[in-house]
Write a protein that binds this ligand. Structure first.
Ligand code: ZN
Length: 716
């Protein structure tokens, strides 16, 4: 999976080309700037800068200058190619959705019906608020928490169903900690930092504002209770660095009971696995697999795993002492926080005001854009099918498959040279790479036949003109489907949480496979009109990046079948640690906004980037004869020049990962797609902003060019 960190643009030149640059004093050799660079690349460069002094400025300076003031006000970040691809899809899909009569069209049309939404005001969430008022003790609290869970809202802790990493023929039930409403628990703990204190104050002010909108009798007092709850939650969460290193451990309910006795775990599971009629009139949706949920964690049932072990005893203590008033206030806030984007203008404006403070967003998205994202998020598979039927250029699929095949060939060719691996492990690595499957564009079966999952029709006949209700129906359907995963064997090629509509790409360690959605197989990432150099440089490096994830610090732990097995011999592990330590040490020397990058946390992405560019470049050179002029300047990776954050001072603090989506991703992630873990990794780095790219770009420059190594030369 590519993070925003990777949505960058860099231009790599072969050694001869770069040496000629180095010989030029203070600029780029004229011959390099000739026809070899496409116009779109040339206009993004700052030719006044030597790439080995500041590669990011060289590659992106022109685009930076021309575009810094044109970041759309509804965005927190803006990336040249990534957002162009997103906008292409969005504009075309809006036209399709306006005319569509199937479930995506229904969902979209209800969403753009602002008149109806405005008339409703806060009415859609009133049943939820009434339900919270019924909490009088821990027993009634349990009932309401179960309703929250069935509507995909977390309270106290989080849970999901995913492939069992130790036996990927089955799924397992996972318990994990939840999260605070602010992007990171450190917002609450850094009480000496005036900026952080101001963010917490703003959060409290916003909660009070929303409580006023829903006519609470003491909005300010209740907002203080929310802060009390969230502050205490923040204090017991396992920090990211620790959580990153921690793998889920197999456990039993008895152990969980002992660890966190204040929560009635078995009762909770029983209630969760009972399919009941929703309290608020939303239609009942039931699969027949609930009996399996009841058996979780028993010898005859599916396994139970626990992540963030240290959190659970602390949560239990917190539950014993936290006043019910504070819990009810927190739950009201959770309802409003989740629902506000789907409610009337005062709620949406209330959110915008908060996001201005947190992320620097200046205005709300236009309604059609918002509804495009709402539709493709909630009716995701039907929307993806619509895109495939109406808009996807299916011949791009074959082109990507050819590139993947060429990149894998180069990867395989390089393995015998990996002298740090033992001969046995070199064979194992070849085997793993050969077994890696490529799921490109749209879902297919083993025989390469198109194979859309049933969920592409899951909402047929279930939607109507009520936008909020549609959202609740879609959530219920997806939660039932998530629960029913327990009885199904993981399907190796299943797409999990991503769909073909996404502009992204994924490697699944538990499946040892690649998913390359249709969304990314379009201009500017891939275009038949582009030169091979451009296509290998853009989408080729992305494909190589994902392939390399199979051998990064985490992916290496899984074998050719995607099971977590220790298949690396000690000498290979030592060799890997030496070499990867070189990369993490390098990245740890960088500072972003005066915060030190933690190269250990960004290691997987850094390895994948390096592998991606290396093998895509070799595939370009060797897949067919290239002329000298083609080779002289190779534009690698027309991905994106990006502004990651409008307000740079927030960069180091703000995770761009949207709260709420994480849960959904985990629940939806069939077959160990591992997006959630990926996001964990991506959030682990200290930086989330554009200047980070500079460090990576310089790294490539060092990596590829002897003369600008500055004493550092890495050979992967
Ligand atoms: Zn990645």
């Amino acid at each position: 999976m590519l993070s925003k960190l990777q949505r960058m643009w860099f231009v790599m030149n072969n050694k001869d080309g770069m040496q000629s640059v180095a010989q030029e004093s203070g600029g780029i050799a004229t011959q390099m700037m000739s026809a070899a660079f496409p116009t779109t690349v040339r206009t993004s460069l700052n030719q006044q800068v030597n790439p080995c002094d500041d590669f990011y400025e060289y590659a992106c300076g022109g685009w930076d200058q021309a575009n810094h003031d044109s970041i759309p006000k509804y965005q927190t970040s803006w990336a040249l190619s990534w957002d162009r691809a997103q906008l292409n899809i969005q504009d075309k899909m809006i036209t399709v959705l306006e005319k569509d009569d199937s479930s995506p069209g229904e969902y979209y049309k209800a969403c753009v019906d602002s008149d109806r939404i405005e008339t409703e005001g806060a009415k859609p969430i009133m049943p939820w608020l009434d339900l919270i008022d019924t909490i009088k003790d821990h027993q009634s609290l349990l009932d309401v928490v179960v309703e929250f869970n069935k509507a995909n809202m977390d309270m106290f802790f989080s849970w999901y169903i995913d492939t069992d990493a130790h036996d990927n023929s089955q799924n397992a039930f996972f318990l994990t900690q939840t999260d605070t409403s602010l992007p990171d628990p450190t917002y609450f703990s850094e009480t000496e930092d005036p900026e952080m204190v101001a963010h917490v104050d703003k959060f409290e002010e916003r909660v009070g504002h929303f409580f006023k909108l829903i006519d609470r009798p003491d909005p300010k007092g209740e907002a203080k209770l929310v802060i009390k709850y969230e502050r205490e939650l923040a204090s017991i969460l396992v920090d990211r660095t620790t959580a990153y290193k921690e793998h889920a451990k197999k456990t039993s309910w008895e152990e969980v009971d002992k660890m966190a006795p204040a929560w009635p775990w078995k009762q909770w599971l029983t209630k969760l696995s009972t399919c009941t009629k929703p309290f608020n009139g939303v239609p009942q949706v039931c699969t027949d697999d609930h009996a399996e949920v009841l058996k979780v964690g028993t010898p005859e049932g599916k396994p139970l795993y626990l992540r963030n072990k240290d959190f659970f005893p602390k949560f239990s203590k917190m539950l014993e002492t936290m006043p019910l008033d504070a819990i009810r206030a927190e739950m009201r806030w959770q309802v409003v926080n989740g629902a506000a984007p789907s409610l009337s203008t005062p709620f949406q404006d209330g959110m915008l005001d908060w996001y201005k403070d947190l992320y620097g967003v200046q205005e709300r998205s236009a309604r059609p854009r918002k509804c495009f994202y709402a539709t493709t998020g909630s009716v995701s598979w039907a929307s993806a099918k619509l895109y495939s039927d109406k808009l996807f250029h299916h011949d791009n699929r074959q082109a990507a498959l050819d590139m993947l095949s060429n990149i894998r060939t180069e990867f395989l060719k390089a393995i015998p040279d990996a002298s740090w691996m033992t001969p046995k492990n070199r064979d194992d690595a070849k085997h793993k790479l050969s077994e890696m499957f490529f799921e490109v564009g749209i879902p297919t079966d083993k025989g390469d036949n198109v194979d859309w999952p049933k969920r592409a029709h899951a909402l047929d006949g279930k939607l109507g003109p009520d936008y909020f209700r549609n959202g609740e129906v879609a959530t219920r359907v997806s939660m039932e489907r998530a629960l029913s995963k327990l009885t199904r064997q993981p399907e190796r090629r299943a797409w999990g949480g991503s769909t073909p509509l996404e502009v992204n790409a994924f490697y699944g360690p538990k499946s040892n496979g690649l998913w390359i959605p249709a969304g990314i197989l379009q201009a500017p990432f891939f275009d038949h009109a582009n030169s091979d150099a451009q296509n290998y440089g853009s989408v080729g490096t992305i494909l190589g990046h994902e392939m390399s994830h199979g051998f990064d610090d985490d992916g290496r732990r899984y074998d050719a079948r995607g099971e977590m097995k220790d298949w690396w011999e000690p000498a290979t592990v030592t060799g890997f640690k030496e070499r990867s330590g070189c990369i993490s040490s390098l990245f740890s020397t960088y500072k972003v906004m005066n915060k030190q990058v933690n190269g250990k946390l960004t290691l997987g992405e850094d390895i994948a980037d390096a592998g991606g560019i290396k093998f895509a470049y070799r595939a370009f050179l060797h897949s067919k004869p290239r002329t000298d002029s083609e080779k002289r300047c190779v534009c690698v990776c027309a991905c994106a020049c990006a502004f990651e954050c409008v307000r740079e001072r927030e960069c180091v603090r703000v995770s761009v990962f949207v709260r709420g989506k994480e849960k959904e991703t985990e629940i939806e992630s069939a077959n160990g797609r591992a997006q959630a873990r990926e996001s964990e990794r991506e959030r682990g780095g200290v930086c989330m902003c554009c200047r980070y790219h500079a460090t990576r770009l310089v790294f490539y420059c060092w990596h590829e060019c002897d003369y600008c190594c500055g004493g550092v030369r890495l050979v992967l």
